[in-house]
Design a protein around this ligand. Structure first.
Ligand SMILES: Nc1ncnc2c1ncn2[C@@H]1O[C@H](COP(=O)(O)OP(=O)(O)OP(=O)(O)O)[C@@H](O)[C@H]1O
Ligand SMILES: [Mg+2]
Length: 368
């Protein structure tokens, strides 16, 4: 059965709703759904119409039963904090309202609205992450300034002393001072992170991803780690600095390879997807490109999980703990965000980058 065409204004309202909206017939066949529903259920309207909603209802019998009951009694109902198992082995928590409707053309239908509760928790968490990141950067900038000035003085004095000394044994000491001041200066510069603004151009995100895939395969030869690509070729081009994107991706993929050192059948998957109506920080975007870097290694040690994006936090004896902090700064400069989930056997780093469109502004400030 096909749905009646919607007037353009209703279409626009539905398409821009952050809540998922579905309309089903009395046999619980899908009539239509909005982009937020496609996003939440990880499917497209055409796919869901073809394959039906059977799988979703089989996984979530409470939802199907509540819809049938609502249709039968004619009463709406609300299911709070309903855990939904959605395709792709994802679990989301939603507040769900079911409203039976009677339509002269469509007959009995049922309107389902779902508000992604996880999403609201995620938005709060991400806002906190971004603000913490900004505070840390501020702190480092102040500290770097205080450290670099006396370092310059130290270096100059050591150089003068070096020129005056004739005893090679004593000059060994001035060399140590010079070497160590240079090392400290380099460390402070790395902690400061990128000091250039992104030079943005329209790029296909799969180009830097493929570059990183090849580079890492060369860096770590031997085929111990399989790096697979699972790309969505329909993702539109984004405005980004390709070099900065490569740097951020490299830092994350290198971490994954290092973590997989002792993992048998080690595997990294680079996955890309599009997210619709997605909020980053406090800005809502129509389209967001999502890059997942998934590995089957031991996971991030729980003791440092809370702090991995802070500089100097490392779980490796030879790590400086700067890779993730730099990657987060680079992606934040693009209006994006990096987040992760990690448990033994599955760590996922997710880069979220807004897709700006030429003809209409992509973002709106969060009102929900
Ligand atoms: N995919 C991953 N699996 C397991 N642990 C990880 C993963 N990614 C990061 N980590 C942990 O997070 C820590 C911080 O990573 P980060 O890249 O910031 O620093 P680093 O790798 O220690 O040093 P650097 O990148 O500066 O050389 C790592 O030391 C590691 O313990
Ligand atoms: Mg690293």
């Amino acid at each position: 059965m096909s749905s009646t065409p919607r007037p353009p204004i209703a279409e626009k309202l539905l398409d821009n709703q952050s809540n998922a909206v579905l309309l089903l017939d009395r046999e619980l066949g899908l009539l239509t759904m909005n982009p937020s529903a496609e996003n939440l259920l990880s499917t497209s309207l055409s796919k869901a119409r073809k394959s039906g909603m059977g799988e979703l209802f089989a996984e979530n019998p409470r939802l199907a039963a509540s819809m049938s009951a609502s249709l039968e009694t004619g009463h709406p109902c609300t299911l709070r904090e309903l855990t939904l198992d959605v395709p792709g082995h994802r679990r989301v928590t939603v507040d769900c309202t079911i409203t039976p409707l009677q339509d002269p053309v469509l007959g009995y239908t049922v309107l389902v609205e779902m508000m992604d509760v996880d999403r609201h928790l995620r938005i709060a968490r991400e806002e906190q992450l971004l603000s913490l990141h900004q505070t840390t950067r501020h702190l480092i900038r102040g500290l770097a300034h205080e450290v670099k000035n006396p370092l310059g003085g130290l270096r100059g004095a050591a150089q003068l002393l070096d020129r005056e000394l004739t005893d090679d044994g004593l000059r060994e000491y001035t060399r140590i001072i010079l070497h160590e001041t240079d090392r400290l200066r380099a460390l402070v510069d790395r902690m400061l992170g990128p000091n250039t603004l992104p030079r943005r151009q329209r790029i296909n995100i799969h180009e830097p991803l493929e570059y990183v895939r090849q580079l890492v395969s060369v860096e770590f030869p031997g085929g111990h780690v399989r790096i697979e690509a699972d790309y969505d070729p329909s993702i539109p081009e984004i405005l980004a600095d390709p070099d900065q994107l490569i740097q951020a991706l490299l830092n994350i993929v290198r971490n994954a390879v290092q973590a997989l050192r002792d993992t048998p059948d080690a595997r990294i998957v680079l996955r890309t997807r599009i997210q619709r109506q997605f909020t980053l920080g406090n800005v809502r975007h129509k389209l967001v490109a999502r890059i997942d870097i998934i590995d089957n290694g031991p996971g991030i040690p729980p003791a440092i999980q809370e702090h991995v994006f802070f500089p100097m936090v490392s779980g490796r004896p030879d790590g400086t703990g700067l890779g993730l902090s730099i990657a987060q700064t680079l992606i934040a400069q693009h209006g994006g965000l990096i987040e992760f989930t990690s448990q033994p056997g599955r760590t996922v780093f997710t880069l979220l980058l807004p897709v700006e469109s030429d003809d209409e502004p992509n973002q709106s400030h969060l009102g929900d």
